[in-house]
Write a protein that binds this ligand. Structure first.
Ligand code: SAH
Length: 232
């Protein structure tokens, strides 16, 4: 009996530690070679990127590619952004404790998890049923108690929880949805790729200071399109 218990404990231990070790080094390499070397400086962002197990946010068959410098397919025709873009958008959002974030386009839940490592609460909206269900389950399994996922059209934001310090849209829109601008908190930031679907888009940041909105062009990106719910 004692022997069996010992073997059981040993196997549980080795499984968790093997999993951790298997990707920890690769993950830290990803942070050093793809993020730090390209100018990501925000400590909280770098810590979150070192911590969140990206390989558990992609389909199992491609887990080994999770830390490569590339976007990856996550099913339902959608993609998880390249690590650098996730880190860049996170840094631009100026995340901090006590902040409240809204994400439009939960996808795999990876960007939500990165934000959740830093901010108080992340509200995330996903329009595709299967992805809303799977990302919510994944985030729960990984222990992210401060992310709330809802299935729906994020064009309208999430008025019940507004205003938000951070609004991050991870799908490309033709123009910035007015409801999202309306849901920015004082001192808040909205980050969104704007442009035509399936082309290069302009990542834009809006800031709201003393009630005034200013716009800044960031980098060029390529995101899947922000789709609209036909009921709206
Ligand atoms: N941030 C995600 C990747 C986003 S891919 C991650 O970290 O994995 C873009 C996602 O936006 C897709 O899952 C797509 O279904 C979703 N999406 C597109 N239009 C949307 C809308 N109007 N409201 C909410 N989600 C939307």
């Amino acid at each position: 009996m004692k022997v069996i218990l010992f073997i059981f404990i040993l196997s549980v231990f080795s499984e968790t530690s093997v999993q951790k070790d298997m990707y920890e080094g690769i993950r830290n390499d990803m942070v050093d070679k793809q993020l730090v070397s390209r100018g990501i400086r925000d400590n909280a962002t770098l810590m979150a990127m070192r911590k969140v197990p990206r390989h558990l946010f992609v389909p199992e068959e491609i887990a080994e590619y999770a830390y490569e410098d590339t976007p990856l397919e996550i099913g339902s025709g959608q993609t998880i952004s390249q690590p650098y873009i996730v880190a860049y958008m996170t840094e631009c959002a100026a995340p901090a404790k006590n902040k409240k974030a809204l994400e439009v386009g939960t996808g795999s839940g990876y960007q939500a998890a990165v934000l959740a490592e830093i901010v108080d609460t992340v509200y995330s909206v996903e329009i595709i049923h299967e992805l809303a269900v799977s990302s919510a389950a994944r985030l729960k399994r990984l222990g992210y108690k401060n992310v709330v996922v809802r299935e729906g059209d994020g064009y309208a934001g999430w008025p019940r929880h507004a205003p938000f310090d951070i609004i991050m849209v991870t799908a490309a829109a033709g123009a910035i949805p007015q409801p999202l601008i309306d849901q920015m908190a004082e001192g808040g930031r909205l980050i969104i790729p704007v442009g035509k679907p399936h082309e290069v888009q302009q990542l834009i940041m809006l800031k709201k200071e003393k009630g005034e909105i200013t716009e800044k062009k960031l980098t060029l990106v390529r995101f899947v399109p922000l789709t609209r719910d036909k009921k709206n």
